[in-house]
Each structure stands twice: as C-alpha cells, then as structure tokens.
Design a protein around this ligand. Structure first.
Ligand code: DC
Length: 226
C-alpha cells in the first residue's frame, strides 16, 4: 500500500487547531480529521438518551447503540452522522463541549473510538487534530504539533465565535469554561492532553491565523519533503 502521510495537531480547546488544520489540509490536499467531533457525537448521543457522562455503567450498556460515521463533502468539510442522522451542527454547543470532555475520560470510550481514528489515517493522507493524536492515536505521525495559546487569548477567540452565533455568554463565563475544560482534559487518567518530546510547540497567542498556517505549513513541507 502507498505510504500515507499523517500530521497530528494536539492542543487545548480554542487554540485554533481546527481552523489551522482545515486550511493546511486544503493546501496540501489531505483529509482533515476533527477527532473532537467524534467525542462530541458520542457525548451528544448519551445526552439524548439521558445517560449522564459520568455513568460508566450506562455508557457500557448503550455504547454499541451509538453508530458514528464520518463523511467529507467536496469542500473537505467533515460531517458527523449519528445513527445515520447528520448532527454536525448540533454537537457545537458549550453544553456538548462539557459533556464530550467528561465522556472522553472513560477508557472504554477512548478504546472504542481508537480504531475509527486509525482507520481513516490508514486510508488517507490526514491532518488530524485532538488531544492525544501524537501520543496515542498516531504515535508514528510524520509531524506532530502542539498548538496552544494563553487561556485568555483562547477564551477571547471562543467568546467572539459564540457571540457571532448569537450567544449572550460573558467573556468571564467562557474563560471559566476554557480553564475547566483544560483542567479536565489534562488531568484525566487515560490519554490526557500533553505535549510530548516529539511534539513541535507552536504558541499562537501573538500570531495571526495566516502566520500560524505559513509557519506550520513550511515545517510540514520540509519534514515530508512535499
Ligand atoms: O476539540 P473539541 O473541543 O471539539 O473536543 C471536545 C472534547 O473531546 C475535549 O474537551 C476532549 C475530548 N477529546 C479528546 O479527549 N481527545 C481527542 N483526541 C479529541 C477530543
């Protein structure tokens, strides 16, 4: 089988991973894989059927009834299907962010979703973003980035994004959510968010989106000889 390239982008919520990964994927002709969306879809499912995210017995009992599929449209946009229904928009709420983070702490959940993520990387050149891509999902990725920014900068970006969608949440509330989610994602026992030695650190606090894309794109081209 021809070699497929894989680029991992890990980092905390609101670091700009999806914006950067999407743009790089377009430039390079790779598949963009947003793994957070997979956890969100699972969280959305359990929320829908009334299983609290900490209820591991309920999750164990019903996880097989959650059939998740990923599809990409001609523009490269990723769509998430839950039991054949497109839930791509429904999973983008602050409530589902929190639920996805809690659900993702269970080993059973992570093990269940691992194959799905690796399978995509076996079939395509991918830019995959998440929390544990370089450390667990694709430890042999050709390039691994740890993309971050200060909590205040990330909260401001999230706040602007939510406001544009009509949300009335205050900046302080969004900052607290960012800090709480960082804490949960970094301190969980299984596959926590962490920068490994093989990750290249990119702090985007004082960079524009274009600067980050140019910087990371140049590294990918050099390392993959593209
Ligand atoms: O990237 P995101 O905000 O859409 O991710 C939602 C949650 O899913 C995040 O708080 C933690 C979890 N997640 C994870 O544990 N591992 C990943 N590879 C991606 C997301």
């Amino acid at each position: 089988m021809a070699k497929h390239y894989s680029i991992a982008i890990d980092g905390p919520a609101g670091a700009g991973k999806s914006t950067i990964a999407k743009a790089l994927a377009k430039e390079l002709g790779f598949h963009y894989v947003d793994t957070g969306a997979i956890y969100r879809t699972l969280g959305y499912f359990f929320n829908l059927i009334g299983i609290p995210p900490k209820d591991i017995d309920g999750i164990t009992k019903y996880i097989d009834e959650c059939v998740i599929e990923i599809e990409w449209d001609e523009d490269g946009a990723q769509h998430m299907f839950l039991n054949e229904i497109d839930v791509s928009e429904d999973i983008r709420t602050p409530e589902i962010s929190k639920i996805a983070s809690a659900v993702s702490a269970h080993k059973l959940v992570r093990d269940t979703l691992l194959d799905m993520q690796r399978d995509v990387a076996r079939k395509h050149n991918v830019i995959m973003d998440g929390r544990d891509i370089g450390s667990v999902v694709l430890p042999k990725a050709d390039v691994k980035f740890f993309l971050t920014a200060s909590p205040e900068v990330r909260a401001q970006r999230r706040f602007d994004e939510l406001k544009a969608k009509g949300s009335k949440d205050s900046y302080e509330k969004v900052l607290k959510e960012v800090n709480d989610r960082d804490h949960a994602d970094m301190t969980r026992a299984v596959a926590p968010l962490k920068q490994t030695k093989s990750h290249i650190l990119v702090d985007s606090s004082a960079m524009t989106v274009e600067e980050v894309i140019a910087h990371m794109g140049a590294i990918v081209r050099e390392k993959c000889r593209l």
